[in-house]
Design a protein around this ligand. Structure first.
Ligand code: ZN
Length: 179
């Protein structure tokens, strides 16, 4: 995981729980917590921080990861407003993630190890996003999608009926604009 993701986790924990909680988490995970945005750090370190945060804040890990994704979206928009400026609405944005946005991310960061998204627009107006990544962080993707929906002020219904955590070979995230 790139340092920028750790930076955003740090911002979220400090923002919601204060600096003391973040310092405690770093201590418990035996890390100094100095992360450079463009450098890579072990995924296990991020997951250990999330795990400890879940314990000390008494928030289940899945809820924490989805909430983190949602928060992350806002932070990424602040850092890289151009990514959303190119898309006038939520679905246009989501459909651009795999091609346009991830291509730009590859220019910004050296080998960022990104997940793969395949989008299909169905006749009933639902957008189906297939998520594939050996990290299986589909809940983070779910949170990011929810963050994008609030950015575009578009209420959505999201279903996640196909999931790698339930033995499928990919995750299917179905997004429907709520009436
Ligand atoms: Zn999944």
């Amino acid at each position: 995981m790139k340092g920028v993701i750790f930076n955003i986790l740090e911002e979220m924990v400090i923002d919601r729980c204060g600096l003391d909680v973040w310092s405690e988490l770093l201590e418990e995970c035996q890390t100094e917590g100095i992360y450079t945005a463009g450098e890579s750090y072990p995924d296990s370190e991020l997951l250990a921080l999330v795990d400890k945060a879940s314990q000390s804040l008494e928030i289940p890990v899945p809820t924490l990861i989805t909430g983190f994704g949602e928060f992350m979206f806002g932070q990424l928009v602040e850092r890289y407003p151009i990514f959303v400026e190119q898309s006038p609405d939520l679905f246009t944005f989501l459909k651009s993630v795999d091609s346009v946005i991830h291509m730009e991310v590859r220019k910004l960061y050296d080998s960022p190890n990104l997940p793969e998204f395949t989008c299909f627009e169905k006749d009933d107006g639902t957008l189906l996003m297939e998520y594939r990544s050996p990290r299986r962080l589909c809940l983070l993707a779910e949170g990011l999608i929810r963050g994008a929906a609030s950015h575009y002020a578009t209420p959505i219904q999201l279903t996640h009926a196909v999931c790698m955590h339930r033995g499928d070979d990919h995750c299917a995230l179905e997004i429907k604009v709520a009436a």
